[in-house]
Design a protein around this ligand. Sequence first.
Ligand code: IVH
Length: 652
Amino acid sequence: MTYEEYLNLVAELNHHCVRYYIYNDPIISDYEYDMLYRKLLEFERLHPEMVSEDSPSKRVGFKIDKTKTLKHDMKMLSLDNVYSEGELLNFINRSSKHFDGEILWTVEPKIDGAAVSIIYEGGVLKSAISRGDGYEGEDILHNVRTIRTLPVKIKETGKFILRGEVFLSKENFKLINEERKRKGEPLFANPRNAAAGTLKLLDSSIAAKRGLDIFIYSIEEGRKYKGHFEDMEYLRELNFPVNENITIGHRDTIFTRVKEIGNLRSSLSYDIDGAVVKVNDYEIREILGETIKYPRWAIAYKFEAEQATTLLKDVSFQVGRTGIVTPVAILEPVNISGSTVSKASLHNEDEIHRLGVKIGDTVFVEKSGEIIPKVVKVVEEKRNGDEKDIVFPTECPSCKNVLKKVDAYWKCLNLKCPDRIKGGIIHFASRDAMDIKGLGEKAVDRFFEIGILKNIQDIYKIKHGDIRYIDGFGELSEENLLKSIEESKKRDFYRLIYALGIDNIGIRTAQLLASKFKDIDNLMSATHDDLFDIHGVGEEIANSLIEFFSNEENRELIIFLKSVGLNMRHSDERGSLLSGVNFLITGTLSRPRKFYEELIVKNGGNILSSVSKNLNYLIVGDNPGSKLEKGKKLGIIVLNEEQFLEMIGMGV
Ligand code: IVH
């Protein structure tokens, strides 16, 4: 390959990355991408001195010795907060006093991550600095470079100073903590801490694996238009990741928009902790000016804190499918951002010691997004001396087997322990696994108690008439459950691998195994060497798999699941039903957005990131916002969830 061909290859791969990461609309398969990428690596191995700055290989990370401190060219301000509509109104009145009627406002989500300043020069990503004290921060370019949604090269060659928020999606955060738990490493408290911690790492290959993401929220230098909204559209055109929920309007639209963003909160794949209200016009911003810390032209409306204090009444001990015994705090029920919390995790014995918590204590409980509520602090001032120490059991609360300490956890090692089996069924039916609706924790508990479910096999033995007479269930819930059980047979193969609950096999590993081994027979007969050959599969995973499949009962389970028709084959192909059809989803839907996106992609359709005339269908949920208006103006066909499901033959 000549140097010129190499540069073309770099450009081609970068183009595919944009299609994949920014537009969710790849035009080549993962396999084809891998082949091109290999070619690139081969050239770079032979000519290390020629490696281009914007080569995708630079995204995989490397190790640096120590971090440098760098000065910000322009001071990095923070935002003042308000917590109520009254305070927000005061802010709006104060800032629009002299400009009434003229001001246009933008409202956008406040991303809960870590602030960064990013500089481009000559069309190339040159520098990335953490906020630090606002005047100087740490050089974090090596980690920021791993963010696949952030272009390394852009077509504008002037200087840009951009600001944005680096974050981890809820999904990636969950995966990171699952892995840390498996390895006995301390867990991150929330996605924000995990993102901030990741940016500080010296070894950026770890950051690359964790999957950081970013939204750019301002241009400090290099502006093209007179206002923020237009400039954010401009950044989108340059392939920068800009949040899709930014809207612009007069003051009478602000409160509705703030509420809409609040409603979106749970359906977003990342954490937000408020809405940011900004004056759009840069000239007006200039006149309003700033204080030492905050601009006078923007404010953060913070959503209700997701913490509350309450009484810890007791501690119960739960045995999960892996045998780990988890202490669970039984709380005086308390409302945290709209839902009642009556239980919270205490993780393990070490955590109880770390918190110094006792029964009868008043404690701070935190709920954040998708995460199980947890006790974060004891209010020692509220103690009256009647508090009791928490005593960890020595035998399994379910089967009375003597517990063993394994790493940081106490474990029940009895494979026949009823609670372990029950935990296995709950995991098997859970959303990311076989997604059997109506077979959550409560239902499994009840069916287990009655004897309808004794193991995973029994799920597929449930018949008409088994459930409808049980207290709290009826004909309809029976119908729905049976339908969902039937549907679970068609799930992707990797979900079954994950559902089996094999030690050390999370979703990502399951996906890897499914795509490498293609079907269950290959996977079951894989040798230690076959497994070990796969990049991303280590000793632990290989051992867990070999152990799982050499157990006779597990093999019988697989044979049974095969006999009732579960899908055990990986499919690379995309269906063609929606081939070439472009979709966009907006508003709050009754199921996670990912569910619909997966359906679209699986059927060969594309997902666009904004409303344009290329869009064919707009799928709309509650509180759709400006996309619906724009779509209607362009005459795009609008579908609700049912209509979409009907379109692909999944209607009810
Ligand atoms: S604008 C002059 N927009 O929140 C300050 N900030 O608590 C400009 N943040 O320091 C900030 N999402 O790191 C802005 N859409 C957004 C944001 C956002 C998150 C962060 C930012 C800021 C912090 C203040």
